[in-house]
Design a protein around this ligand. Sequence first.
Ligand code: DX5
Ligand code: ZN
Length: 216
Amino acid sequence: MTKIKIAPSILSGDFANMGKTVEDVQKWGGDYIHFDVMDGVYVPNLTFGMPMCRAIRKHTDLPIDAHLMIVEPEKYVEQFCDSGADIVTFHPEASKDVAGTLAKIKAKGKRCGLVLNPDKEVELILPYLDQVDMIVLMGVFPGFGGQKFIPSVLNKIERVAMLIQASGRAIELEVDGGVTEQNAAEMREKGVTVLVGGSSVFRSPDPEATIEALRG
Ligand code: DX5
Ligand code: ZN
């Protein structure tokens, strides 16, 4: 079995000290830096954008996993790639041209992916299975860290894992939102390959041990 990757979400990090936050993630053994971009339109919250991506890029060699919770991601994906993001994912219903936006990310030599909210059908991503490098299943409705995992997403993990296997492509399957040391094992059993951990990692008394526990 392949080793599960852990992507700590710096949304739960120290905003006054983002350089140190990503250095800590790397020191603790995280695999990706999960970077939550919110525009106050697609989700009712605002976070950070390309300048922050560029700023943290200098503080870590870990891949930056940029999760765009924004409308019309097609306007910004290339700038995120140029700002040091390695993986760029977005929500298909927020884009007027999903295939074209995925192609823009690939043309920059980066990995691309689509994110499904808990109420979105798996069918939404089927047309793009031959293009994506990552599928992200939200365990919560996007907008805020620290929410509780919605259990019905577990069945979706299994379904998407089977679709990925049938595709024969090396697509990563990430779960984002509400991941804890208590529920991670079930997600791993259902076929997840990347787990995002925001509050579970940053509020842990021992983040390194929590990352190891999430990895299983
Ligand atoms: C939610 C974000 C998540 C969030 C996860 O809108 O996309 O990445 O940071 O935080 P936790 O792990 O605390 O649910
Ligand atoms: Zn996220």
